[in-house]
Design a protein around this ligand. Sequence first.
Ligand code: ZN
Length: 496
Amino acid sequence: MLQQKRVNKEMGKNKLVLIVVIIGVLCAAYFIYANQYKKVGVEANQPTDKPILQEENTFPAPGKTVYQMSLYLDINSRTIYGTTILTTVNTSGRVLSDLLFTIYPDAFRQAGSSPAPDPAYYAGFDPGWIDIDGIMINGKMAEYSKEGVSMQVMIPEPVKKDQDLRVEMKWRTHVPKVEYRFGYSDKVFMLGNFYPLLNVADNKGWLSSYNSVFGDPFCFHSADYLVGINVPDNYGIVSTGAVIDRNAEDTGRHDYLIAAENARDFCLGIMYDYNGMYEQYDDLLITVVSPPGHEKQMESVLQQAAGIIDYYSRTWGPYPYKEFKIAFVPMKGFHGMEYSGLIFLQDAFLGSTANQQRSEFILAHEIAHQWWYGVVGNDQIREPWLDEGLANWGAYKYLEEVKGNKITPPVEEPVNLARELSDMYSTREYYHTAYTGGESFWFGLEKELGKEKVNRVLQRYYTDYQFKIANSSNLLDTIREEAGRDMEYYFNEWFY
Ligand SMILES: [Zn+2]
């Protein structure tokens, strides 16, 4: 992420029938898809070829977790009627008696606790939320309770180690009028973290998400997604993953079926009267969507994105997905926001007065997150420097090595990188630690080890922790091994 420094209760009967029908189609499609999926994995050197997570006590395990969702968007009430079937295996290493989910839309329920800045509420405060209409776990109704952006669900019959887990959930998300990473403005729905997402459990317990006005207060394991989306005909969609089927209904609506493999999260944009531009680069399809009238900027962003992805792929390791998308959206508080396979960029960058080099830096920063946060996950609450430092440093390296821009990195005294988001009290403090501190760590390391060794560190880190969650000590171990010499004097400057 690059943050801007800041200075209806009852579901209609018809919809119910529709959702049931969609679920039926979805289940059938899933089985067809699941079979294809294995074949693709073997033949096309997809991420499933890589060893699936081997660590003990990691839950919900990547490669074993699938979200099947069915979504119906009601434009008038700005409500998404959703059902989720989440299947996974209890890999936590212990008996599970509860599950913890992140329900981010509830951060927007009340004016006093919304993470969105006041100017983002263009029509005054407007609440957003998620309501749960029922949860079943392994076929039995489950009780739940909510607190902030977390929902604890009690498992009716505790699940033993290695036992299968099937969670069925019916929910409704109301999208508020706010120009933010989750919100609605001018017939554009920006849907980051809009559905219940299962948190990560380790052998100490659950990692909960956090409602913060700055930073990305999340930590999730990657999972596979199969999502059916039903929207009015005149709206288009952009999302994580790839559309594998679409059908026009004679009701004036459209059904999309989307699949995403090894995605850190599932993000969705639904927009009216938008233009799309795409280009195939070898195995990768890049798409840019924006309001009409910005064809020149779209073309330029498309080319820049291709150059950035090519540079990172050569430097760190290949981009693992078949598609990458960029959506220009009305968003305040952030210049850009990263999701798996999709980034949101503030539509202000489409204006003629936008600073071109700054825009390209932000694009390169958000794309770097595909590697750092997306493919190699980290706990963005407890160790935000891990992904933000690499995203910033990567963007500088791209501008320097590909665009030939002279980079004068901010000269920074080492800061304590071992700080959690919840220990920081302002956007400025957060920036100083995670971004400036994080990038300075890498500039300093480059001076210590040289460019080639630093690239080898990152290539190895990327390979070893692909689709997993890495932490600072994993990274420091990788650095130690590649450096082949004592690095404690350097690390001690940055972690205390
Ligand atoms: Zn970032």
